[in-house]
Design a protein around this ligand. Structure first.
Ligand code: CP
Ligand code: NVA
Length: 316
C-alpha cells in the first residue's frame, strides 16, 4: 500500500563528537556562519521550528547549558532538559546508554550531552539516528574550541599562522583546541608538565591534519618558552570535572604553569588572555590577568551561543 507521508521522518544526520568530523573548509564555513548568525540573528529565528532537542548533563554547567537552551529557543526550537541526577540515573544505570539513545531517537530531533566518558557519546551516536552533539566529555570540548577560534578571528582576522599558546593540563579543552587549530592553520604551542601532555592519538591526528593545512602543533614543557611571542595565552582548570581525587597532587605539579602578569609579559604586547571558565583565581590564573584588560574570557563565553547556533543550523 502506498502512503502519503504527512510527517517527515527525522532525518539521519552527522554528529559532533570530537571536532574532527569536519574538514578544514567546513570548519572555516562554520565560523563564517556563526558570524552571520551573530550579526543577523533574526534570519535564523525559525531554523529549529518544530524541533525538540534533549540536553543531557551528567556534570554541572553554566555556560553550555544556558547557551544551548537560549540558542535553541531563539531559533524556534524547544529544549527537553535532563539534569545530571536524572541523566546519571538513566545513563547506563537505570537503563543502558543504548536504550536511552534508542528511546530519545523516537521523540526528539537531537541530543546535546555532557558526559564523563567520550565512549558514552559514541554509544549514543551509534544507537540514535538523530545528531548527537558533545557538550563536553573527558576527552573533548569541541563547542568550546570553536567559540574560542571564533573569538580570535573576530578580534584578529584570519587565523592562518596565528600564534596561540595553551598552558596547563593536556585535557579535553586542550585536545579540542589542537583539533581545531590543525584545521584552521593556527600555530598552537602546548605547554604541560611531562605526565599531563595531551593524549598521543590526539597529537598524531592533529599533526596529520596540520601537515595538510600548514598549521603547527608543538608540545613543550616550559611555559615561558611556550608563551614567548604568543598572540593569545590560554589556560584551563588544573583539575577538570571527574578528576577531583587528584586535586592536591595536581595543584602542586601545575604551580609553575600559573598564568600571571609575569608570564603574560613574555607574550606579544597585544596578546590576549583566554580561559574557557569556570576559572580558579590564584591557581591556574591570577585575578589581575583574568579580570584585566587583556582578558577576553567573556567574549569567549558570549560566543559559545553563536557557534552552537551555527552547529545546530548545520546539523539540522
Ligand atoms: N566553558 C564551559 O563549558 O562552561 P560550563 O562548564 O559552565 O558549561
Ligand atoms: N577542563 C574543564 C572544562 C570545564 C568547562 C573540565 O572538564 O572540567
Amino acid at each position: 500500500m502506498t502512503t502519503t507521508t504527512l510527517v517527515a521522518p527525522i532525518s539521519l544526520s552527522t554528529d559532533l563528537l570530537t571536532g574532527a568530523e569536519w574538514s578544514p573548509a567546513h570548519t572555516r564555513e562554520l565560523l563564517h556562519l556563526a558570524a552571520d548568525i551573530k550579526a543577523r540573528p533574526v534570519r535564523y529565528a525559525s531554523t529549529l521550528h518544530g524541533k525538540f532537542i534533549a540536553l543531557i548533563f551528567e556534570k554541572p554547567s553554566l555556560r553550555t547549558r544556558v547557551t544551548f537552551d537560549v540558542g535553541i529557543q531563539s531559533m524556534g526550537g524547544a529544549v527537553v532538559f535532563l539534569d545530571h541526577t536524572q541523566a546519571s540515573a538513566s545513563l547506563g544505570k537505570r537503563e543502558s546508554i543504548a536504550d536511552v539513545a534508542r528511546n530519545l531517537d523516537r521523540w526528539v530531533h537531537g541530543i546535546v550531552a555532557r558526559v564523563y566518558s567520550q565512549k558514552v557519546l559514541e554509544e549514543m551516536a551509534a544507537n540514535a539516528g538523530i545528531p548527537v552533539i558533545n557538550a563536553l566529555s573527558d576527552k573533548f570540548h569541541p563547542c568550546q574550541a570553536l567559540a574560542d577560534f571564533f573569538t580570535l578571528e573576530e578580534r584578529f582576522g584570519a587565523l592562518r599562522g596565528f600564534k596561540l599558546t595553551y598552558v596547563g593540563d593536556g585535557n579535553n579543552v586542550c585536545h579540542s583546541l589542537m583539533y581545531l587549530a590543525a584545521r584552521l592553520g593556527v600555530h598552537l604551542r602546548v605547554a604541560t608538565p611531562e605526565n599531563y601532555a595531551p593524549q598521543p592519538e590526539v597529537v598524531s591526528d592533529s599533526k596529520r591534519v596540520a601537515r595538510e593545512t600548514k598549521a603547527k602543533i608543538e608540545l613543550v614543557n616550559d611555559p615561558r618558552e611556550a608563551v614567548s611571542g604568543a598572540m593569545a595565552v590560554y589556560t584551563d582548570a588544573w583539575t577538570s570535572m571527574g578528576f577531583e581525587a587528584e586535586e592536591e597532587v595536581r595543584t602542586k605539579i601545575f604551580e609553575p604553569y600559573q598564568v600571571n602578569s609575569e608570564l603574560m609579559s613574555l607574550a606579544a604586547p597585544e596578546a590576549v588572555f583566554m580561559h574557557c571558565l569556570p576559572a580558579h583565581r590564584g591557581l591556574e590564573v591570577t585575578p589581575e590577568v583574568l579580570d584585566g584588560p587583556r582578558s577576553v574570557v567573556l567574549d569567549q563565553s558570549e560566543n559559545r551561543m553563536y557557534v552552537q547556533k551555527a552547529i545546530l543550523h548545520t546539523l539540522f
